[in-house]
Design a protein around this ligand. Structure first.
Ligand code: ADP
Ligand code: MG
Length: 149
């Protein structure tokens, strides 16, 4: 099976990239894997400065992470449901970590043939030509990355 990886952050352009991926998927009888990475602010940052965060803070982070995973899972389900994937094999994953690193790791470990993603995501900062996640994935990806505008 020819595997296509589609990172989704919920932005309109990531959905557009997904539509292009579906088109290719149908042409090559591919298998689509949608991935959303939940980026977590970590307490490691504080311990690095020798600050002991309060137990309550850690508990709140865990609770927040749980909520984020739930919300992102819902978001991804809605995005995929609205795509016309027909009879294509489709998989959805929500994982926690650094978005670019997790996307590249998955592409490497599971031998994806293509990655489809947006040039931008949610950031409004036009001073950057390309989003940082996309930039990092292009730089480190083991397979071709199709960047959609
Ligand atoms: N957390 C994420 N999980 C999955 N895909 C992501 C994530 N963040 C960004 N992407 C992908 O990377 C593309 C570019 O986003 P990004 O580099 O974050 O730009 P921006 O700085 O505008 O948010 C998105 O269109 C999406 O395809
Ligand atoms: Mg972003």
């Amino acid at each position: 099976m020819r595997k296509i990886l589609i990172p989704i952050d919920g932005s309109p352009v990531s959905v557009k990239a997904a539509e292009k991926a579906v088109t290719l998927g149908k042409l090559i009888d591919g298998e689509l894997t949608f991935i959303t990475v939940v980026n977590m602010p970590s307490e490691d940052k504080y311990s690095f400065f020798g600050i002991n965060v309060e137990k309550q803070f850690t508990a709140n982070l865990k609770e927040m992470l749980k909520k984020l995973i739930e919300e992102e899972t819902k978001m991804l389900r809605v995005v995929v449901k609205n795509l016309n994937t027909g009879t294509l094999k489709v998989e959805q994953r929500v994982i926690v970590g650094n978005p670019a690193a997790e996307i590249v790791k998955l592409a490497e470990e599971e031998n994806f043939e293509y990655i489809f993603m947006g040039r931008r995501g949610f950031s409004k900062a036009e001073r950057f030509f390309i989003g940082s996640v996309t930039q990092k994935v292009i730089a480190a990806s083991p397979c071709p990355v199709i960047v959609v505008n």
